[in-house]
Design a protein around this ligand. Structure first.
Ligand code: IMP
Length: 456
């Protein structure tokens, strides 16, 4: 069977912890979109591993697959694999032949275009994600399979690279170097192709996964980022360029939607909100310079909201794994979650980081929005409208900090009562049961209510 893991907010909901938690029963973990913009830290046998592309399950001896919906930077891929090998692990990573390759000019253009866009900039991770998906849709991309066929690789590069160089030089008035040089790219990427072939890493993803499912193995489909930065269902244009929503799990792996739909779809929810990047955020507390629109740090520096934001940011370690940027934080946004529950069809929820909010006198939730004088319960379809929404809050009594490790051992009823009230409100609003509750960053600090792999 498959279990699909989806971020229900803006990314960084703690998906890695849940992937890890259910991972023991899993044979194969496949990522279905995104690239090395998705930072995750894995702790295994007391060792910390920072990864951005290799699926975390690969650290634990599972097969990790990068699906056809992913964009793959071979340099990052091999760096991560080599680092893991240096630390005596033998990760088994497969890459879809149909996945698109991030080339150095994609990264260069990501930076150039972000600078140019000013207010429309998404605050990208600068990894070349958007430009690579653009080329995929424009039918001028280079796919993993092309790296293994030198003639095809040369033909693709000879077509696309002069266009990219002209874009950088003539449109954006930039000087270009070897990242826009056909010969250099051909030699470098042909070598990556040889290594991929020699190590037997390239697979026809859908067939590979279906065979494992038919053999009775457990497959996990892991989304990166989150629903509100999905290119179709998110806060366009402040989004990533792929589909983290559950539909992406089918398109991005080659498994049929009926196969994915027969399994479970678990929404990962952070008990508050955090965001790297620009655009509106109706439940935001305080602000972050360079990311919060019209934010003036001088004005806000002493106020209570700002202090609360700093407290949550520090307690929750809300700094980007890939970029180290401080994240914007806010109260839980229920319209955002209702939108996610519908778009993904969650069969269960994992709610993380309730420990981060412990010790606050009261915990607020953006229950609805007021939009042009009306109450609405879900997100409007344009970001401009979303920016005009004012959150209307519900207040919950806070809960104390307790020994969360023993709570995780003792189970759901050991969670402080006020926190359970909060959790049950979320589950009722989203009409989906709670499968797990994250009470701390460690692997053991999760209360497991249901294990989807043992439901079968
Ligand atoms: P890109 O994916 O690098 O193109 O960035 C586009 C938007 O998605 C930016 O606002 C990023 O901050 C955001 N983003 C990309 N990856 C992640 C992630 O893993 N977590 C949270 N935000 C992300």
């Amino acid at each position: 069977m498959t279990v699909t893991i989806v971020g229900s907010q803006l990314g960084d909901e703690g998906k890695g912890g849940v992937v890890d938690l259910y991972g023991d029963a899993v044979d194969v973990v496949a990522r279905y979109q995104g690239g090395d913009n998705a930072g995750h830290t894995v702790v295994h046998d007391g060792e910390k591993y920072k990864l951005s592309l290799v699926p975390s399950g690969a650290v634990r001896g599972k097969v990790g697959v990068l699906g056809n919906g992913c964009v793959v930077n071979p340099e990052t891929l091999f760096d991560e694999i080599d680092t893991l090998r240096d630390r005596d692990l033998e990760p088994d990573v497969r890459v879809a032949e149909r996945a698109h390759v991030i080339l150095p000019y994609h990264r260069a253009l990501d930076g150039i275009e972000e600078d140019e866009k000013e207010d429309l900039a998404a605050g990208t991770t600068g990894r070349g994600i958007g430009p690579t998906y653009e080329d995929k849709a424009g039918r001028r991309g280079v796919r993993v399979g092309d790296l293994l066929d030198p003639d095809v690789l040369r033909e693709r590069l000879e077509y696309v690279v002069p266009q990219k160089r002209a874009l950088a030089e003539d449109v954006f008035d930039k000087r270009t170097g070897e990242e826009f040089d056909v010969e250099h790219l051909y030699e470098t990427y042909r070598e990556y192709g040889e290594r991929l072939a020699n190590e037997g890493m390239v697979v026809d993803c859908g067939t590979f996964l279906q065979e494992r499912i038919d053999a009775g193995e457990n497959v996990m489909l892991e989304g990166a980022q989150g629903t509100s930065i999905d290119i179709d269902h998110g806060i366009y244009p402040y989004v990533t360029s792929s589909n983290p929503t559950a539909g992406g799990a089918s398109v991005g792996t080659g498994l049929g939607p009926t196969v994915v739909g027969q399994g479970e779809v678990i929404g990962i929810v952070k008990a508050y909100l955090s965001r790297v990047g620009t655009g509106p955020l109706p439940t935001e507390l305080g602000g972050v310079e360079g990311q919060t629109p019209d934010y003036d740090p001088e004005e806000g520096s002493d106020d209570e909201e700002e202090q609360l934001a700093t407290y949550i940011r520090d307690e929750g370690g809300e700094y980007g794994t890939v970029t180290g940027r401080p994240r914007r934080v806010g109260w839980l946004d229920m319209p955002m979650l209702r939108h996610a529950a519908r778009a993904n069809g969650f069969t269960g929820l994992a709610i993380n980081h309730i420990d981060v909010l412990a010790g606050l006198e009261e915990v607020n939730v953006g229950h609805a929005y007021e939009f042009d004088g009306e109450e609405i319960l879900t997100m409007p379809a344009t970001t401009e409208k979303w920016g005009r929404c004012e959150a209307t809050f519900r207040s919950f009594d806070g809960w104390p900090a307790v020994d969360w490790e023993s709570v995780a051992e003792d189970g759901y009823d050991a969670i402080p009562e006020n926190a359970r009230t909060y959790l049950e409100y979320v589950a009722a609003e989203l009409e989906a049961p709670i499968y797990a509750v994250g009470v701390g960053p460690g692997r053991e600090e999760t209360v497991v209510v249901e294990n989807p792999y043992s439901n079968n």
